[in-house]
Design a protein around this ligand. Structure first.
Ligand code: UGA
Ligand code: MN
Length: 306
């Protein structure tokens, strides 16, 4: 009886094996579903055919260049971390970080290396005479970012689809803001929350055109808008090579107007964020950190970067 069973088993075994092999070949031919839009399956080994080039949805998008002035203080790394966590989620964003310093710092250099997004790391110190309360901040740093952008693009033929905006390191940016600014043709504008002594400031829009400004502070400004409230197309930056932020004659709060005056008019502005009725960026400010209990000299045995 036992030997009968055994011979039947031997007889069936090759057939079972054949069925298993055929099933296995079949399933390895079936296309694998993509795991994520950015794909981890590309370049896999063992396939008979090379993987078909996958069209990345962001391939045709204009690059967004974000110029961020930044300076050394206890909260710097925390601010940059917050910003990188936002920017990393935006397709085709190129971060231009400009340190207010005589040299690149180790902290920012290390940070940029691990930021996980395309970064250009520049530095320029603010002259001592301009480091006073009441004077505009980050003028030299934004200009260094503009100069880098112009130099990089001046020899390339148009069209060079791109959008520039000024992203201070302490503000809060929604992801929707980047979708809005991406379609900037010349200069686009939108509301900014928590600024100008009000819950928000915004361009007032009628029939799709900016006709005035809702603001609580210096309504006489030609462009009563915060640095976080506008974007400029790369073409406009390149076709106005002399447009920069000026130290001479610039009053507090006038930097935005002084700059925008050089490249556009109020009538030309493109309102974003549902005709400027949505707040997608907030002029948050981080309070100065309390280090009252910090010892004068390092007492800890390890030196920790904060
Ligand atoms: C407001 C505006 O939102 C800024 O765009 C404008 O530059 C600034 O006023 C001004 O007075 O010039 P506020 O929150 O008062 O912003 O300024 P900060 O956030 O302290 O500084 C703006 C940017 O400049 C930040 O990215 C900051 O890191 C940088 N900064 C500030 C420097 O690079 N160096 C400094 O000494 C101070
Ligand atoms: Mn700020």
């Amino acid at each position: 009886m036992k030997s009968l069973l055994f011979s039947r088993f031997l007889l069936l075994l090759p057939w079972v094996l054949i069925v298993i092999i055929v099933l296995d070949i079949d399933s390895s031919r079936a296309p694998l579903p993509a795991l994520s839009p950015r794909g981890g399956a590309e370049g896999g080994s063992g396939g008979a055919r090379p993987p078909a080039p996958r069209r990345r949805p962001e391939a045709g998008l204009p690059t967004i260049y974000a110029i961020t002035p930044t300076y050394s203080r206890p909260v710097q790394k925390a601010e940059l971390t917050r910003l990188a966590n936002t920017f990393r989620q935006v397709s085709r964003l190129h971060w231009i970080l400009v340190e207010d310093a005589a040299a690149r710092s180790e902290l920012v250099t290390r940070f940029v290396a691990g930021a996980g997004l395309p970064c250009t790391h520049l530095h320029v110190p603010t002259p001592r005479r301009y480091k006073r309360p009441g004077l505009p901040r980050a003028t030299e740093q934004r200009n260094a970012g503009l100069a880098w952008l112009r130099q990089r693009h001046q020899h390339l033929p148009p069209p060079q689809p791109g959008v520039l905006f000024f992203a201070d390191d302490d503000n809060t940016y929604s992801l929707e803001l980047f979708q809005e600014m991406r379609t900037t043709r010349k200069v686009s504008v939108w509301p900014v929350g928590l600024v100008g002594g009000r819950r928000y400031e915004r361009p007032v829009v009628e029939n799709g055109k900016v006709v005035g400004w809702y603001t609580g502070w210096r309504a006489d400004r030609p462009f009563a808008i915060d640095m976080a409230g506008f974007a400029v197309s790369l073409q406009v930056i390149l076709s106005h090579p002399k447009a920069v932020f000026k130290r001479r004659g610039s009053q507090p709060g006038m930097q935005e107007s002084d700059f925008l005056k050089q490249i556009t008019t109020v009538e030309e502005l493109e309102p974003k964020a549902n005709n400027c009725t949505k707040v997608l960026v907030w002029h948050t400010r981080t309070e100065k950190v309390n280090l009252a209990n910090e010892p004068k000299y390092h007492l800890d045995t390890v030196n920790i970067e904060v």
